[in-house]
Design a protein around this ligand. Structure first.
Ligand code: PHE
Length: 376
C-alpha cells in the first residue's frame, strides 16, 4: 500500500515536473513589429516584415531570448499615420509587447512614437529618417541615418559629381519625410554655391504632376531632386520625360523598391539615389545577410529588409544585455548599444540616432548599380 502510494506520488510529481518544464519552454517574449504591407508603398512593408522574421527565426533557433522564445506580432500600418496609432495602441494594450520595432515611414513613426513614449514601451524604427522621430523622447531610437545627412549627400553628389549648378525640388507636402528631405537638399545645395530654381510641392495622393513639372522644366534646372516614395517617383519621372526633360534625377531612400523600375521603366534611367545599403557591398556582414535572405525568401534583399533585420537584432541584443524585460532597463541597454550589424557599426548619439554612412545607387539598364559609399 505504502509502495503504491509512493509510486502514485512519484508519477504525479514527474508529470507536474514535465508540465512545468513544458510551460517554461513555451514562455514567450512578445515583440511588436510594424510596417506598411499595404497602401502607397507596400513593397517597403513586405521587405521589412521579412527582415524582422529572419532575425527572430535565427534568435529562436539559437535558444531565444533570456530563456524564452521570441514571438513576433506583426502589424500593417498601411502607410497611414492614423492606422499606425491604432496598431501601436493594440500592440501595447492588448498584446502587451515588451518593445516595438517599427515603423518604416517617418509620418507613421511620428504617430506611433508618442504612444510608445507615454507607455514607456521602447521603440526602434528601422528606416524612419526624419529627425523629429527620435526627438519624441528617450524611449525612441532608430537604426538609420537622418535626413540632414541624406540631403547633404544628395546635394554634394549633384553639385560635385553631376556638376549641377542649378536644381529644382519636388516633394509631397503632406509627408514629413519628403518635405524635410527636399528642404535639407535645398539648404545644402545653396550652401555649396548652387541655385534652387524651383521648389514645388504636390498633394499627397496626387497622380498628375504636370503643373509642377512644367514650372520646373521652364526654369531649366541641371538636376531635379525628387524626394518622394517610389510610386510617386516613377510617375514624376515619366511625366518629366514626357514634358521633354532629359537631365539627371536625384532622390533619397524612398526610391528603393523593385517597383521603381517596373513602373518607371526608361524614365528612371539617369536616376541616382542615396540609400542605407547595397547588396553589392563586399563587406562580409552584407554578403552573409544577402546569402541568408536569398536562401529563405528566394530574392535579393533591399535596404528595408536589411535595416529591419538590423533593428530587430539591435532590440533583441539590448533586451539580452538588460537581462530583463523591464522597460527602463531595455531603454538603458539600447542607449549603450555597440554592435556590428549588417548595415554597419551601431552606437547611438545623445539623440538616439546612429552615425552611419550612405551609399549612392544609380539606375542603369533597369538595375540598381552601386556607385560609392559616403561617410559622415
Ligand atoms: N526614410 C523613409 C521615411 O522616413 C522611409 C524609407 C526608408 C523608405 C528606406 C525606403 C527605404 O519615410
Amino acid at each position: 500500500m505504502k509502495k503504491k502510494f509512493i509510486a502514485v506520488l512519484l508519477t504525479v510529481l514527474s508529470v507536474s515536473l514535465i508540465l512545468a518544464g513544458c510551460s517554461q519552454k513555451t514562455t514567450e517574449i512578445k515583440i511588436g513589429g510594424v510596417g506598411p504591407v499595404s497602401g502607397e508603398a507596400a513593397t517597403f512593408g513586405q521587405s521589412t516584415k521579412e527582415g524582422y522574421e529572419l532575425a527572430v527565426e535565427e534568435w529562436n533557433k539559437a535558444g531565444g531570448l533570456l530563456g524564452n522564445q521570441i514571438k513576433l506580432i506583426f502589424q500593417d500600418d498601411k502607410g497611414d499615420p492614423t492606422e499606425a496609432a491604432t496598431v501601436w495602441t493594440k500592440l501595447i494594450s492588448q498584446d502587451k509587447v515588451v518593445a516595438i520595432v517599427g515603423t518604416v515611414m517617418s509620418k507613421c513613426s511620428l504617430a506611433g512614437a508618442p504612444i510608445s513614449q507615454a507607455n514607456k514601451v521602447p521603440m526602434i524604427s528601422p528606416t524612419s529618417t526624419n529627425p523629429k522621430v527620435t526627438e519624441v523622447g528617450e524611449f525612441i531610437f532608430r537604426a538609420c541615418f537622418i535626413d540632414p545627412f541624406q540631403g547633404t549627400v544628395g546635394a554634394k553628389f549633384a553639385y560635385e559629381n553631376l556638376n549641377a549648378r542649378t536644381a529644382a525640388c519636388i516633394f509631397d507636402v503632406g509627408n514629413d519625410y519628403t518635405k524635410g528631405l527636399s528642404e535639407f537638399f535645398r539648404d545644402k545645395f545653396i550652401e555649396l554655391g548652387g541655385e534652387i530654381v524651383a521648389f514645388e510641392a504636390h498633394a499627397t495622393g496626387a497622380t498628375d504632376f504636370k503643373a509642377q513639372l512644367t514650372k520646373i522644366i521652364a526654369a531649366k534646372p541641371d538636376v531635379i531632386y525628387i524626394s518622394d516614395y517610389y510610386n510617386d517617383v516613377a510617375l514624376i519621372a515619366k511625366q518629366a520625360r514626357e514634358l521633354g526633360y532629359t537631365g539627371p534625377l536625384v532622390g533619397g531612400d524612398g526610391w528603393d523598391s523593385p517597383d521603381l523600375v517596373k513602373i518607371g521603366g526608361k524614365a528612371v534611367e539617369n536616376g541616382y539615389f542615396t540609400n542605407h545599403f547595397s547588396k553589392d557591398d563586399p563587406s562580409p556582414q552584407v554578403q552573409e545577410f544577402v546569402r541568408k535572405y536569398e536562401a529563405k525568401f528566394g530574392k535579393t534583399p533591399d535596404a528595408l529588409a536589411a535595416l529591419a533585420y538590423d533593428a530587430m537584432v539591435i532590440m533583441l541584443d539590448a533586451i539580452k544585455r538588460a537581462g530583463s524585460t523591464d522597460p527602463e532597463k531595455i531603454r538603458a541597454a539600447l542607449a549603450a548599444t555597440n554592435i556590428q550589424v549588417v548595415s554597419g557599426m551601431i552606437s547611438f548619439d545623445k539623440n538616439r540616432n546612429p552615425i552611419k554612412s550612405a551609399v549612392i545607387i544609380a539606375i542603369k539598364d533597369g538595375q540598381q548599380v552601386y556607385q560609392t559609399t559616403v561617410n559622415p
